[in-house]
Each structure stands twice: as C-alpha cells, then as structure tokens.
Design a protein around this ligand. Sequence first.
Ligand SMILES: [Mg+2]
Length: 195
Amino acid sequence: MRKSIMVDMDEVITEGGFLYLINDFLGANYTKEDIKEYYMQDLVPDKRAFFDYFIKHNQYDYCKLLPDVREVLKYLQDYYDIYIGTSYIIKEILQECGINLVHKHNYLYEKLPFISPENYIFISNKALLNCDVKIDDKLSNLENAKIKLLFTAYHNKDLDDAYLKSLGVIRVNNWLEIKDILVKELDNESSSTTK
Ligand SMILES: [Mg+2]
C-alpha cells in the first residue's frame, strides 16, 4: 500500500514573504537570524497596524520555493501519496485570514501544478492527521506520524539532536536529505516484504 506524506507549506516548501512584508512595513532589514520565536509578527510593535497592511498584500508574491522542493516532490509522488498540510489561520486576524487561504491555494496551484488541490489540507491542529510521514518545521505538527522529519528553520535551529532523537524526530536540512531518507524507506519496505 502506498504511504502518505504530509508536507507543511511555510518554511518547508516556500519562505520569505512574511518577513519581507514585516520589513517593508517597518522599513527594517531583519533577517531570519534575528528571529528566535516561531511567530515573526512578534517583531512588530503595532500588530493591528501591521495586519491591516498585511491583509492588503499577498505574502506569496514575495516568497521563493526552497531549493529542490519541486523536483523531489515530483519524484516522490510516483511512490507516495503527497498531501500539503498547512494552516491559514493567523491568530491576530481570525475574521480576515480567509484571504490567506486563497493566497496559499493559488501559490500551490501555480508552483506545484502536479499536486492536485484535492490533496491540499488546510488545518490548524495537524495532530488530527494520521500520515505515515510528516515533514514540518514545527515540532508539535509532527505528532501522529511514523516518520517525523523536522525541517530546519530559524526558530528550531537550537533544538539539539539528542532531544529530537528522544522524540523519534529526525532533523532534515534540505530536500535532498528528505529524498534520501524516503527513498531508503521504500527500499527497506520492499526488502521486508520480499523476505
Ligand atoms: Mg511551517
């Protein structure tokens, strides 16, 4: 049976747009290295004014795909069922954040046309999803997966390997590492079924 993979979107498939808008709004030059917490908006003193600005822009106009993501997903799609599991909720603007869902949908549709929108899952609590493999930059989003891959991002760099190992989590730094792990997994599986 084909295994399922849940792939997170922000900081795993694409990055850069949210920070771009923060810098544009503040007239600042923050880089990822300046951010330690998960929520980048904590950099902004006047969040209400920022989000008024934010909802008039599309952060994905300023995003870039991470290296190799398109090629690796396309390759893995022959062997795995791939779902994009992403939250569009922004807790400061619960009423207005539907526009973020539209922007996400359109970006995925344009940049990864080989993944059907039927495989987009817009969800906040990703622990509700049971997938064989989860790839996410947020540790708590990896719950309920057999293979848990933590994608290195600005806010999780300092989690040490021993701690991750105790949780059964493997750190991955790029998409070629992911491909390696998931191709090996296919090999393991085929050798165990032929025994
Ligand atoms: Mg993410």
